[in-house]
Design a protein around this ligand. Structure first.
Ligand code: GTS
Length: 223
């Protein structure tokens, strides 16, 4: 056992991608086990490794953790990315929930039928522009510290950058009306650990394609 956290999930973004982002931002090296077959998934269940029969699974510090949010909170707390005190933590949780809601809509898109995909993408971009990004622009303005919470990088910043890049993949000009978010994106992207994660060859995963969707469906669906 190397002592590095071990991540078990499909070879794609999904719910695990934010965990990869947060570990990378914290400068933590990690190993990955990719699920390619339903048999692998069923074996994890049979061996009692998945508390709710679900992935992501992260083996860390002697624990076999499931539930994305619990895993992320643990990593954030362990690596000083979870603010100072209860109030900063409450703000971080609030901002993270917002970006989770936004990213969740994009993550589920490839799994929806073609008509829903076509209809929902413009609605998601509209929500990013009119609901989520104005809120983060305002938060940065009011806080005035270059970070969302406190005066150092937190989980909220890492998550927001992930969300910005995800929406930009769909709509490259989405930040044109948000000058503070543009500056935020440049600043946070250039932090050494994050810069490294954004370079080709890192463990960051590409946008899901049809093959990825088919693999996930095959592994999770019976019959
Ligand atoms: N609340 C859980 C979390 O956030 O970790 C949900 C996990 C979840 O639904 N995982 C899916 C799963 O294992 C895989 S995916 O949605 O991440 O692709 N589903 C199997 C099942 O039987 O629910």
């Amino acid at each position: 056992m190397s002592g590095k956290p071990k991540l078990t999930y499909f070879n794609g973004r999904g719910r695990m991608e934010s965990i990869r982002w947060l570990l990378a931002a914290a400068g933590v090296e990690f190993e990955e086990d990719f699920l390619e077959t339903r048999e692998q998934y069923l074996k994890l269940i049979q061996d009692g490794h998945l508390l709710f029969d679900q992935v992501p699974l992260v083996e860390i510090d002697g624990m076999k953790m499931v539930q994305t949010k619990a895993i992320l909170s643990y990593i954030a707390g362990k690596h000083n990315l979870y603010g100072k005190g209860l109030k900063e933590r409450a703000f971080i949780d609030t901002y993270v929930e917002g970006t989770t809601d936004l990213m969740q809509m994009i993550l589920t898109l490839p799994f929806s039928p073609p008509e829903a995909k076509k209809k929902n993408l413009p609605l998601i971009i509209e929500k990013a522009k009119n609901r989520y990004f104005p809120a983060y622009e305002k938060a940065l303005k009011q806080h005035g510290q270059g970070f969302l919470v406190g005066n150092q990088l937190s989980w909220a910043d890492v998550h927001l950058l992930e969300a910005i890049l995800m929406v930009e993949e769909k709509e490259p000009t989405v930040l044109s009306e948000f000058p503070l978010l543009q500056g935020f994106k440049t600043r946070i992207s250039n932090m050494p650990t994050i810069k490294k994660f954004l370079q080709p060859g890192s463990q960051r995963k590409p946008q899901p394609d049809d093959k990825y969707v088919a693999t996930v469906m095959k592994i999770l669906k019976e019959g």
